[in-house]
Ligand binder design. Sequence first.
Ligand code: ZN
Length: 87
Amino acid sequence: MAKKEKVDRRTISIHCAKCRTLLYKYHKGGRGGLVKCIVERIVDDRTHGDLRCHECGQEFARAQMMSGKPAHKIIQGKIYTKGMSRR
Ligand SMILES: [Zn+2]
């Protein structure tokens, strides 16, 4: 049986840079930095859906359409990620 190539996708955690609260868990594909979150790939959403940290109220993303799908464009410096592999 032929071995299938493993899809480069993993779950990362997205935290508020200000108070370190967990905001999302997200299925990230590909490599490189996180610029946007496609809403359907958010696995676990801890926010109230208003693109603000539920703890400190900081705005961390802006709603945008990405190829016909709703996405959250990350405001750089407002969040940090955990679980990104460095290969
Ligand atoms: Zn916060």
